[in-house]
Every structure is written in structure tokens, then in C-alpha cells.
Write a protein that binds this ligand. Structure first.
Ligand SMILES: Cc1cc2nc3c(=O)[nH]c(=O)nc-3n(C[C@H](O)[C@H](O)[C@H](O)COP(=O)(O)OP(=O)(O)OC[C@H]3O[C@@H](n4cnc5c(N)ncnc54)[C@H](O)[C@@H]3O)c2cc1C
Length: 342
């Protein structure tokens, strides 16, 4: 089949590679120019999952790992602190990983596509892998996004662990993600756009040198609220249809899981199975809707650990089952303390 992929991010580059190796004719259209293309992200995700996705695409993930985390330090409101044991959370060279996935493919950089684009004549399917932009699919009923930006820095040798500051009311958080050799991402996502922690970090670390400032919002509304997933022969994959874990704004692994669901439904005798894809995405990401409700209730100051106990338990049970997919320990006591502290 002839397949156009719009967006060369995590979903677009992975799908391009996998579809090409299955014998499909693939072309990628990416808005940014080749020399400016940068994966806007803090490059943190679970090694266990990335090893699997890499080996399926012929890559050796160990060549891309930058920092292997041991624990994550969390500063919480009212001077509280928590530490999470890490179970595979790493940072990796996401730019090189995506570039290597795209090596054998025809990529048209500098092509910002619109739904009406003439570029797609003759393609059987067009994949909307444009992430938060959702450039080709119609608007969804509920599009909740959180503003975020970050700095790529060097000379940050004093901290070499994952570090976050959780904001009161779960309204966002600051992150420090080490990239090895004193390099790191320092950033924040914050519904109130105050981004507490960033200027404090630079005051405390005067030697840290900024190499790049990047940013874009992160979508928190999950798949259930990001329908439709397709229109005519345009199909959304990844963050464009809400595949982001709403509590953390973490979308690398969810976008790749969504890509695998796409792959399970493309090579049927009747062509792409739209219904199968929709059902499987809704099922796989079903509990993300509960997590989203928890986040929105907390942001509105309406979350009650008594009244919403069922929702919280559901989040805990589902996350616990997927501990290795997250790359950090899922502990009920810590989760309860966290929910109460925020
Ligand atoms: C600051 C920040 C830090 C983050 N950190 C993490 C993290 O550490 N771990 C994690 O798991 N998640 C993180 N996320 C979320 C994660 O990066 C995204 O959820 C994930 O990249 C989504 O993948 P995607 O392939 O759906 O879209 P993207 O990776 O965003 O790719 C979309 C691509 O489409 C292109 N594009 C957009 N519009 C058009 C158009 N009209 N025509 C052509 N091309 C277009 C864009 O240029 C981009 O290359 C972070 C997000 C932000 C903003």
C-alpha cells in the first residue's frame, strides 16, 4: 500500500520504519526543515519498552542510552520529599534514534501539511502523526493541553539523578532529566505558566550553560476524549489522538504502543480495520481516562480520597500491572502520600 505519514516524531518515524520493512511504500512529510528538526521532549522513558520497540525496528537500544536512573527525587509542597526507586527509567538520544529509524525512507522536510493538501493524491492512507497539533483530523470534543518548555543545558555536573518538583494541585511540575556528561533537560509544564523551579535551578547552578530553549504544549486529554481517530482515509496515531499518560504528560511509550496497535490492524485482507483500531486503542488506554479525571479533579481542588477512592485504586492497580512500562516503582503508600501532598 502507499502510505503518507505526516509528522516525523516518535510515532511517525517508528511507523515509517515498520511499514517500510513490511513492504509498504511510505513517504514522510515533516513541517520542520531538516537542519532545524528537533524532538521537543525530555527524552525520558522506560528502557524495557524502548529495547522492545528498537529490536522490532532493527536497532540496538543500548547504543542510544544516555543516563540510567537509579532513583527519582521529588520535592513536594510544604517541604515534603519523596523518592522513587527506578526500574529502567533512562534518558536516550531520541534525535539519533528517530533519525536512524528514518534512514531508508523518503522524508520531505519543510512540508507543513493541511487537511486540504494536494500532496496526498494517490496514497491509500494518510497518517496524522502530528502530535499535539493534530493537523489533519477534525477537532475533538475535549482538547486539554498544558503549556510546557525546557532548556537543553551543559555543565550541570552537580546533579546526576532524575529530579522533579510537583506543584500544588497537580497543576504541573518541574523536571531535571540528566543526559550524561553534565548535560540535561531542565523544564516545566504548568497550567498557570509560572514554571516554578526553572529560574531557581539556574540561580543554584550558575555554571549551567543553556544550549537550546524549546517548547510546545502537551496534550493531557486521553483517547476517549480525542475522537474521531480517523476521517475518510486519514488515521491518527500517537499524541494526535491523546496517547499520553495524563498524570505525567508522558507520551513516548504510549505513542509507540498506539503505533503497534495501528500495525496490528493494517495488513488485513480488507485493508485497514478502522473499527478494530478504534476498539483496541480505547481498550488499551481505557484507564487513562480515569487518570485524566483524577488530574482534572485535583486541579479543580475537588479530589476526595474517600469519594474518589475507586478511581484512585483503579489508577494504582493498572499502573502496578505496568510497572516496567513506566520504569519506576508503583507503591501504594507513596502514591497516597503524593496525592495528599499535592
Ligand atoms: C517539553 C516536553 C517534554 C516532554 N518530555 C517527555 C519525556 O521525557 N518522556 C515522554 O514520554 N514524553 C515526554 N513528552 C511528551 C512526548 O514528547 C510526546 O507525547 C510524544 O513525542 C508524542 O509523539 P508523536 O509522534 O505523537 O508526536 P511528536 O513526537 O510531537 O511529533 C509530531 C511531529 O509532527 C510534526 N508536525 C506537526 N504539525 C505538522 C504538519 N502540519 N505537517 C507536517 N508535520 C507536522 C512536528 O514537527 C513533529 O515532528 C514531552 C513533551 C514536551 C512538550
Amino acid at each position: 500500500m502507499r502510505i503518507a505519514i505526516v509528522g516525523a516524531g516518535v510515532a511517525g518515524s517508528y511507523l515509517g520504519n515498520r511499514l517500510h520493512s513490511r513492504g509498504h511504500e511510505v513517504e514522510i512529510f515533516e513541517a520542520s526543515k531538516s537542519q532545524d528538526h528537533w524532538p521537543v521532549c525530555a527524552w525520558g522513558a522506560s528502557r524495557h519498552m524502548l529495547e522492545k520497540f528498537s529490536s522490532e525496528s532493527g536497532l540496538d537500544f543500548s547504543k542510544y542510552t544516555l543516563h540510567v536512573g537509579q532513583r527519582l527525587r521529588m520535592d513536594l509542597p510544604a517541604e515534603k520529599k519523596e523518592y522513587l526507586e527506578l526500574k529502567g527509567l533512562v534518558t536516550y538520544d531520541k534525535k539519533r534514534w528517530e533519525q536512524d529509524l528514518l534512514k531508508e525512507l523518503k522524508v520531505h522536510y519543510g512540508q507543513r501539511c493541511l487537511p486540504s493538501s494536494q500532496l496526498f493524491n494517490g496514497f491509500d492512507y494518510i497518517l496524522d502523526c502530528t502530535g499535539v497539533h493534530r493537523s489533519l483530523l477534525p477537532k475533538s470534543n475535549e482538547n486539554f493541553i498544558i503549556p510546557a518548555y525546557e532548556y537543553l543545558i551543559e555543565n550541570a555536573h552537580d546533579i546526576d539523578e532524575f529530579y522533579v518538583i510537583g506543584y500544588k494541585g497537580a497543576r504541573g511540575y518541574f523536571w531535571f532529566f540528566p543526559l550524561g556528561d553534565g548535560m540535561a533537560y531542565v523544564g516545566a509544564g504548568d497550567i498557570d505558566k509560572k514554571y516554578y523551579g526553572i529560574s531557581e535551578f539556574f540561580n543554584q547552578n550558575p555554571k549551567a550553560k543553556i544550549l537550546k530553549k524549546i517548547g510546545r504544549p502537551i496534550r493531557l486529554s486521553p483517547p476517549k476524549r480525542m475522537q474521531p481517530f480517523s476521517q475518510h482515509n486519514v488515521i491518527g496515531v500517537g499524541e494526535s489522538i491523546g496517547c499520553v499518560f495524563p498524570l505525567l504528560g508522558e507520551g513516548i511509550i504510549p505513542s509507540l504502543i498506539c503505533s503497534d496497535i495501528f500495525l496490528n490492524n493494517i495488513d488485513t485482507a480488507a485493508g485497514f480495520d478502522f473499527k478494530g483500531y478504534r476498539d483496541q486503542v480505547l481498550k488499551r488506554f481505557g484507564y487513562y481516562d480515569d487518570v485524566y479525571r483524577i488530574v482534572r479533579l485535583k486541579m479543580a481542588g475537588k479530589l476526595s480520597t474517600v469519594k474518589h477512592f475507586g478511581l484512585l485504586m483503579n489508577m494504582y492497580r493498572n499502573m502496578k500491572k505496568e510497572e516496567l512500562r513506566f520504569g519506576f516503582e508503583i507503591d501504594f503508600g507513596k502514591m497516597r502520600r503524593l496525592v495528599n501532598a499535592l
